[in-house]
Design a protein around this ligand. Structure first.
Ligand code: UDP
Length: 464
């Protein structure tokens, strides 16, 4: 390690879905000879079941080293203390790295932590905001920030016209929040991502140009945007980074052998893979509808039910599955290696909450989707999946907010086997090809990463 090497300090927001993309981007930078230090919070690191070994890891503090967000109680308490203690501990870390002989020259930060820009400025460092959601969703929050639109929409807002989109979007397609006292604070954080974005040197987005051309062109007129995604391990895309087979960081332990052994015994394109990501909590009534919908679809399924969600499964569901089919009909696991599952030839469709990482992973691996969005950016992602990229259907909720078993069954059959789903299945293959090309040499994301790296290196040598 020398002082000549450009050095990026990566500051993620401490949840799995935000760290994974930043980690993957870091691996790309590292392969282009940028030194990386990644700095999650102490509380996050404490709970990790796996950690990446290929890069330097340091910790900052959110002020709640024992239990992070849960320890804080309210979201407001967490955000306030994170800003205060986070700024201090980040400054100390930058100082420590400067003393160690390889000073940092750029901070790549999650805009959920906008205070990082001030810290970067105090040390004369360049800064790059790294958005982990789609550009369409970022555009919506931008317009809330500017006061052009309001969230949540009112009852009169059946359709909302948002600059950057050629057609209006329905109220049910904008990001949503559970109506509770925290909702307002969370929305505030999302909108505040733009609070000091005019001070940053780069705005990096985990998406790719071909996927969101229109809105990327529009936002590029305002901010120095570079799309650098999809940030999934290289061996699932361009295969240029031979060691990059997995994210290498996980809060849950995947049941890898169970899943792969089971999938190996299933016919090609036959299995419904079901997951709602790392955070979503389903109502017991929804779990029951889902269980029945899966059973009635007559398709075999692999369903990820996190251990905290398991008590909500219908009584004896798992036991009955085992009794009636010796586990052949369905497998319920607490966590799986999602990329390996999506890549498996037995998978026929992905019933997903449409978290942005899951969406990009399905696109990258060519798996058609049944979208069952829950909250946050997921409804907007589901809209894109269904109407813009046409790689899935959306399982609609009824007036009580529950997706019924008949709807689930119908959607699964359409996507996996019916003629009506043929275009969806073909489109999924087309997007897979595109996703691989954009990160491969000369692709749109690869070029953007190259440009970022060369400016970083130039900027470092000017300062010498
Ligand atoms: N994931 C996984 N195993 C599972 C379920 C999810 O590895 O059983 C990973 C998935 O590959 C993705 C992340 O967890 O990278 C979930 O991120 P996403 O943005 O889709 O949803 P979130 O958890 O943020 O709601």
């Amino acid at each position: 390690m020398t002082t000549d090497q450009a050095h990026c300090l990566i500051l993620p927001y401490p949840v799995q879905g935000h760290i994974n993309p930043m980690l993957q981007f870091s691996k790309r930078l590292q392969s282009k000879r940028i030194k990386i230090t990644i700095a999650p919070t102490k509380s996050f690191l404490k709970n990790m079941k796996e950690l990446p070994t290929s890069m330097s890891i340091e910790a900052i503090s959110d002020g709640y080293d024992e239990g992070g967000r849960d320890q804080a109680g309210t979201f407001l308490a967490y955000a306030t203390r994170f800003k205060e203690i986070g700024s201090d501990t980040l400054s100390q870390l930058i100082q420590k790295l400067a003393n160690s002989g390889c000073p940092v020259n750029c901070i790549v930060y999650d805009p959920f932590l906008p205070w990082a820009v001030e810290v970067a400025k105090n040390f004369g460092l360049t800064s790059a905001a790294f958005f982990t959601q789609s550009c369409a969703v970022d555009n919506i929050y931008y317009h809330v920030h500017k006061g052009v639109i309001k969230l949540p929409p009112t009852q009169n807002d059946e359709e909302i016209l948002i600059p950057g989109f050629s057609s209006p979007i329905e109220a049910s397609d904008v990001p949503t929040f559970v109506i509770n006292p925290e909702a307002e604070r969370i929305l505030e954080m999302l909108v505040n991502q733009f609070s000091n974005l005019d001070k940053v040197d780069w705005v990096l987005i985990n998406s790719f140009y071909e996927l969101e051309k229109e809105v990327i062109d529009w936002m590029s007129k305002i901010y120095p945007i570079k799309t650098i995604g999809p940030t999934i391990p290289s061996m699932y895309l361009d295969k240029r980074l031979h060691d990059d087979k997995e994210y290498g960081l996980s809060i849950f332990k995947p049941m890898t052998n169970e899943c792969l052994n089971w999938l190996n015994h299933q016919p090609i394109s036959s299995v419904v893979y079901v997951s709602f990501g790392s955070l979503a909590k389903l109502e017991a009534a929804q779990m029951e509808e889902l269980a029945c919908g899966l059973r009635n679809s007559n398709k075999n399924f692999l369903w990820v039910v996190r251990s905290t969600e398991e008590p909500k499964l219908p009584k004896n569901f798992i036991e009955e599955l085992k009794l009636t089919s010796g586990n052949n009909k369905g497998l319920v696991v607490s966590w799986c290696p999602q990329l390996q599952v999506l890549e498996h030839e037995s998978i026929g469709c992905f019933l997903t909450h449409c978290g942005w990482n899951s969406t990009l992973e399905a696109i990258s691996l060519g798996v058609p989707m049944v979208a069952m969005p829950q909250w946050s950016d997921q409804p907007t992602n589901a809209k894109l999946v269904k109407d813009v990229w046409e790689i899935g259907v959306r399982a609609k909720q009824d007036e009580k907010g529950i997706v019924r078993r008949e709807v689930i069954e119908e959607c699964i059959k359409l996507v996996i086997e019916e003629d009506k789903g043929k275009v969806i299945r073909e489109n999924a293959k087309k997007w897979k090809e595109l996703a691989r090309n954009v990160v491969d040499e000369g692709g749109s994301s690869d070029k953007n990463i190259e440009e970022f790296v060369s400016k970083l290196v130039k900027c470092k040598s000017h300062k010498k």
